[in-house]
Design a protein around this ligand. Sequence first.
Ligand SMILES: Nc1ncnc2c1ncn2[C@@H]1O[C@H](COP(=O)(O)OP(=O)(O)O)[C@@H](O)[C@H]1O
Ligand SMILES: [Mg+2]
Length: 255
Amino acid sequence: MSENTAELEANKMSENPVIQKIFEKAIKNQEPFLGYEESRRVLAEIGIPFNKTKLVTSEDEAVKVAEEFGFPVVFKVVSPDISHKTEIGGVKVGIQNPEEARAAYKSIMESVKKHKPNARIEGIMVEEQVSGSELFVGVTKDPQFGHMIGFGMGGIFVEVYKDVTFRLIPIGVSDAYEMLQEIRGKKIYEGYRGRPKADPKELVKVLLSVSQFIENYPMVKEMDINPLMVTFDGIKAIDARIILDLEYAEKNKKD
Ligand SMILES: Nc1ncnc2c1ncn2[C@@H]1O[C@H](COP(=O)(O)OP(=O)(O)O)[C@@H](O)[C@H]1O
Ligand SMILES: [Mg+2]
């Protein structure tokens, strides 16, 4: 293999203070689900690239930030009590102008109130809208075998296509490259019909970072990055979710 292993190796990060603080708070509050915002912060710390976003708390601010970012933008509800945002009308893509931004803001708030009246709403995430192919990177914990990393075609149809390949964690560089080859839809992120072409090195780096992260933080029970978008500007994570194993964290607490 011609790739430089050292270059691809994920950073050591077992004592990252930002991650530590977020996990400690979750454990203290007995809250296994890290919200959208916190999951993104954790993953940003391990070097996963994200799209540009800003959390706002009013309609006026949402419009102002949307104008700063430049249209089109995406609005998304941010709540620790909502993990599947689209299902309850919490995501609006393709917002083209200030009027649409106001309408989208109102529509998200109304829809969330209707479907999840007791959800704590931290605000609305204003996001740069990116286009490209949607991939998925996830981790699950098998009670017998331990943590597995999954990679495949993503987006809201991940359950429909089930085009995903798995490995036990930890994985090495060659495992990661193999995983990229095992997806039926791989043509799509290899630049099919003018679509953006993913840099395999960048994808491998994401997979290795996730594997290393789980090695360092085995109290993570489940996580997913979905979608991980292949754009003309490189790979960008759009959505993230982390679930902690509180029982494990409690048992393995450092004093
Ligand atoms: N910033 C964005 N740019 C482009 N598409 C987006 C963006 N954010 C969300 N989407 C689209 O909306 C879908 C759902 O958004 P997501 O943040 O994944 O919410 P959830 O999975 O909780 O419903 C994504 O799979 C993607 O197709
Ligand atoms: Mg998602």
